[in-house]
Design a protein around this ligand. Structure first.
Ligand SMILES: [Zn+2]
Ligand SMILES: [Zn+2]
Length: 445
């Protein structure tokens, strides 16, 4: 676990530039605050503290120097009005984090103590000579995993320490069910039944501290991810549910539900949280867009949604007031859109637009639009519908690097060529799923 200073340093580590419009930064701080509150409510105090730090830094240190402040003072004031509450929140989180850090240190000391005891027990078992050599080497294998040289993959079930009931966990869903430990009575696995129990409590912190947990394709197993982008955010809750299934959650965490693991990263290696898009959204949008499409006019919509257990879900398709041509679409009266977003406490997760006659690609204007969305949220995506072509649907994002920097440093407007060819990619962290509910709101009339 990071120290408070290290968490704060991560919170302050983000790209800021006055070249990005003040309005976009207003949306960024709104998004950061929303994220912070959700992680706090989920009991992930580390991420919440990091995000509150970023919120405070943007409002107190960065945005006051932005040339766009003068024209947007009212919006800025609305945000700074939240500062006293945020600072109070940060104080409380800091206290809770200090408790967690102390407890983790104690647990690590306890683990070391058990390791030493295990070493002694194993040594005396070997010198006694009454045990089979096969079992002794099994214990040695396990002990080597507790040390530095352990393998990357540790499958708990292989060692009969118990397993999680994953029957009720299947993606996608808005709320994961609680994990339950299955009773396990296989006492004849080792020649040292007491050591078996000891090992299970020593091994579990090792597993959780080594990498993110993901569900393996076969039910009932728990294993480490192949390419771990991040450490699971709530090891304390998971550990507690594994070791003491009947015990209530510790007071420092509010939830013991499982988080969605980020499997994808930016080209630069930063974790991208999963983004789930309802499969029916494309057809719904095409129906709304149809009247424009037959007149060879583009239509655009905004994807909004929720953050739940470290994954984003598109829950609203907003059709904002807009002006369009055959190859552009510009939202007008954005106030109306952002009223809706605030009212429903939503994240802006991307946008969708039609290419009535053109193929499925990102035009130079699309790339600049997408850049604003990705500044607001790195996971934001662009959905393009090209009903007359094959492929007729794409989900894209700017590569990072190099796409984000190329577009950020390009000051040209209108359609213009970009010479680089790797500016955008398919957004692999975005997944289209059947059966996800969503609402469509047409704000044009
Ligand atoms: Zn386009
Ligand atoms: Zn450009």
């Amino acid at each position: 676990m990071l120290s408070i200073a290290e968490i704060a340093a991560k919170g302050l580590d983000y790209p800021y530039t006055n070249n990005t419009s003040f309005r976009v930064w207003i949306h960024v701080v709104g998004t950061v605050l929303r994220e912070a509150e959700i992680y706090r409510d989920d009991g992930d105090f580390e991420k919440a503290y990091l995000l509150y730090t970023r919120f405070a830094d943007l409002l107190l240190n960065k945005m006051p120097g932005h040339p766009g402040l003068k024209a947007n003072r009212a919006l800025f004031k609305k945000m700074t009005g939240k500062m006293p509450g945020v600072l109070q929140e940060m104080q409380q989180l800091k206290k809770a984090l200090e408790v967690q850090i102390t407890e983790e240190k104690k647990a690590e000391e306890e683990r070391q103590r058990k390791l030493r005891a295990l070493q002694q027990a194993s040594d005396s078992g070997r010198s006694g000579g009454s045990r089979g050599s096969g079992s002794t080497s099994r214990i040695d294998d396990l002990r080597s995993q507790l040390g530095q040289g352990g393998p990357d993959h540790v499958n708990l079930e292989d060692y009969s320490f118990g397993r999680y009931d994953t029957r009720q966990v299947s993606e996608p869903m808005y709320e994961h069910g609680n994990w339950q430990q299955q009773a396990h009575h296989q006492h004849d696995t080792f020649d040292y039944p007491d050591l078996n129990r000891e090992l299970s409590s020593v091994l579990s912190p090792y597993v959780y501290e080594s990498g993110p947990l993901t569900l393996s394709p076969t039910a009932g197993q728990i294993r480490l991810a192949d390419s771990p982008p991040a450490i699971p955010a709530k090891p304390a809750a998971l550990k507690a549910s594994y070791e003491k299934p009947a015990a209530p959650a510790p007071p420092t965490t509010s939830s013991s539900s499982v988080e969605h693991t980020s499997r994808y990263t930016t080209e630069g290696g930063l974790a991208l949280r999963s983004l789930f898009i309802p499969a029916e959204l494309e057809a719904t949008f095409l129906k709304v867009a149809h009247a424009n499409t037959v007149k060879n006019l583009e239509t655009c919509g905004i994807l909004c949604g929720k953050l739940s257990r470290n994954a984003f879900f598109v829950t609203h398709l907003m059709i904002p007031p807009q002006e369009s041509t055959s190859d552009t679409c510009q939202t007008t009266n954005e106030e109306l859109l952002f009223e809706q977003i605030d009212e429903n406490d939503l994240f802006v997760l991307g946008w969708i637009h039609t290419h009535p006659t053109q193929t499925c690609f990102m035009s130079s204007v699309d790339l600049h639009t997408q850049n604003s969305y990705q500044i607001m949220l790195p996971e934001a995506v662009a959905l393009v519908c090209a009903p007359q072509h094959d492929p007729n649907f794409g989900i894209f994002r700017l590569s990072d690097p190099p796409g984000v920097d190329i577009i950020k440093n390009c000051n040209r407007g209108g359609f213009h060529p970009h010479t680089e060819d790797n500016i955008y990619n398919n957004a692999r962290h975005a997944m289209v799923k059947n059966g996800l509910p969503f609402k469509m709101k047409d704000l044009r009339s």
